[in-house]
Design a protein around this ligand. Structure first.
Ligand code: CMX
Length: 137
């Protein structure tokens, strides 16, 4: 893994949690976005050497909604930045890691993302995230 890109935090109310992270903790808002493919609205915050991604569920279908109902708000995943996501996924599969999808999916910021099952990573949901560059379409 190249570096931790961000930490995902599941929240019930994006606006309320943004107020806390921005006005109380003093972090800078980088942007907000709906990610319908993942059933979430997200806000990215600059925390210096890392970003925080606040994730509010859209509807009750998605992984974040289910997570909050079962476990409450809190740290949801750690995302590692990678450059060649397909190669990484293949390497991990070869090493016996359970991936949650066959192919990368579209995540926030138009990045390609893939998730490793928390059971493979000692109880932590791990995301691989590859920024798209122009011409990747
Ligand atoms: N971190 C750690 N463990 C988690 C977890 C999480 N975020 N989410 C679920 N689990 C655990 C559960 O506690 C449960 O453990 P036990 O069997 O010990 O009870 C186990 O994983 C299975 O969980 P579940 O509630 O039955 O939920 P599902 O199997 O339906 O889904 C998971 C779990 C991880 C497969 C699903 O959430 C998933 O596919 N996630 C990937 C996609 C995703 O999370 N998208 C949202 C983020 C999008 C973004 O960053 O933009």
């Amino acid at each position: 893994m190249e570096k931790v890109d961000h930490i995902g935090i599941a929240v019930k109310d994006l606006q309320e949690s943004m107020d806390y992270y921005i006005h109380t903790l003093g972090l800078k808002l980088l942007g907000t976005e709906e990610v319908p493919e993942q059933h979430v609205t997200v806000a990215f915050l600059d925390a210096g050497n890392i970003k925080l991604e606040l994730l509010e569920p859209i509807g009750t279908e998605g992984a974040v909604s289910k997570f909050i109902s079962k476990r409450g708000e809190g740290v949801h995943h750690i995302a590692f930045g990678v450059s060649d996501i397909r190669q990484r996924m293949a390497d991990l599969r070869e090493n016996g890691v359970t991936l949650l999808q066959e192919e990368p999916k579209r995540g926030a910021g138009g990045a390609d993302v893939a998730f490793l099952h928390p059971k493979s990573s000692f109880g932590v949901l791990v995301e691989l995230c590859a920024k798209r560059t122009r011409g990747d379409e």
